[in-house]
Ligand binder design. Structure first.
Ligand SMILES: Nc1ncnc2c1ncn2[C@@H]1O[C@H](COP(=O)(O)OP(=O)(O)O)[C@@H](O)[C@H]1O
Ligand SMILES: [Mg+2]
Length: 366
């Protein structure tokens, strides 16, 4: 028998900055999430536990590996932090991460993106390392848009997502899937490689608008209440059940594979906090950018409130904040390079009035 010559193992030579994943506790995962994600406390806590269990499973025995995967379904309006949470988790775990938009997925054979392509992207994110990809995280966004429409009056799109749901189910279930790497560097002898999805964590997200049809103001029903008014306001929403999701148009098999269901809140009062509190917050980003031009940038409280108010009016959640800031900052960014020549840092303070005026000028009709 002829043995192939020894190849140097790249892996062991490379310095690794891998964090010690074994010491990750739910509390530590939560702590990391808190640095980047404002509000959404219940969601963060639930996800922290799910991720912890996932990691436990990954390094566990064969028996433990047979435990159900803690795939996650996140429900929440646009701009509430779904994608950000998934990204933050992938970054913390230091595993390959791929995002797919469910609306662009098709059943195999149709024009569009095959579900298998999600795995191709995951392998690419793992630099072609299949083993590494097999422990990665996939985020499937807009999952609610592939709901079966027959039972769902709110969706008028003329394409049934049911086939896509079945295709997704196949990879979420944990199977050996053959994917085509299109002549990827690591596979010179064939384009098809097998990838096992058993340990890949799937996080799905969607707005699921109207999933609570009967959600009317119970609190202000007629008659008198024996409870203090404020208590009824604080009542937690009823948890979304599997039945609700099936009624919405998701196939039961898929829902069965997404055991962790979390809901994210519509961000309102928290928009101001989002501007300043997260690590590398939006305002911090601009401060740093302008510091390079010798400008010491500051925002007044009123300015922040004004920006948040605009985002709220546009119904874009936190997602709209960046665009608004971009409009607000246009003039300062334009003039900044001229200010750089001066030796002393120039103080620039953005006030509420500035925001108002600049949005009128640069932001089009807001
Ligand atoms: N809870 C949050 N905390 C901090 N920033 C947030 C939060 N939610 C959204 N953002 C900001 O808004 C942007 C868009 O959010 P994203 O996670 O893509 O929303 P979704 O996926 O729910 O539509 C993020 O990149 C981030 O800047
Ligand atoms: Mg998103």
């Amino acid at each position: 028998m002829v043995l192939p010559p020894d190849e140097p193992e790249e892996e062991s030579v490379k310095p690794r900055k891998c964090r010690n994943k074994k010491s990750l506790t739910p509390a530590k995962i939560m702590e990391h999430l808190n640095k980047h994600i404002i509000d959404q406390e219940t969601a963060k806590k639930t996800i922290a536990v799910a991720i912890y269990n996932h990691m436990k499973r990954l390094r566990g025995t064969e028996e433990q590996r047979l435990l159900r995967k803690s795939n996650i379904l996140m429900l929440g309006p646009s701009g509430s932090g779904k994608t950000l949470i998934a990204q933050t988790i992938a970054e913390l775990l230091d595993v390959p991460f791929a995002i797919a938009d469910a609306t662009s997925l098709t059943e195999a054979g149709y024009v569009g993106d095959d579900v298998e392509n999600i795995l191709v992207r995951l392998v690419a994110a793992a630099d072609g390392d299949i083993k590494k990809a097999e422990t990665g995280i996939v985020f499937v966004d807009e999952i609610d848009k592939i709901a079966r429409k027959s039972e769902n009056v709110s969706i008028t799109r003329d394409v049934s997502g049911e086939g896509v749901q079945h295709a997704l189910l196949k990879i979420i279930e944990g199977a050996d899937v053959s994917i085509s790497m299109n002549g990827g560097r690591k596979h010179p002898f064939g384009n098809n490689v097998m990838i096992n999805t058993r340990n890949i964590l799937f996080i799905c997200g969607g707005a699921f608008e109207g999933i609570r049809p009967k959600e009317t103001a119970k609190a202000n029903s007629i008659g008198f209440s024996t409870e203090p008014a404020q208590k009824t306001e604080m009542q937690p929403k009823e948890k979304i059940s599997s039945e609700d999701l099936v009624r919405f148009g998701m196939i039961p098999e898929l829902i069965g594979r997404l055991p962790v269901v979390v809901e994210l809140n519509d961000l309102k009062e928290d928009l101001v906090r989002i501007l300043t509190e997260p690590e590398n917050s939006l305002t911090e980003e601009y401060r740093e950018l302008l510091a390079m031009d010798n400008i010491d940038l500051a925002f007044t409280e009123e300015a922040l409130r004004e920006i948040a108010k605009t985002a709220l009016a546009r119904h874009t959640g936190a997602r709209g904040l960046r665009g608004i800031l971009e409009d607000v900052m246009l003039d300062v960014m334009f003039d900044a390079p001229s200010a750089r020549r001066k030796k002393k840092p120039v103080k620039v303070e953005i006030t509420g009035e500035d925001v108002h005026e600049k949005l009128q000028r640069n932001g089009g009709a807001a």
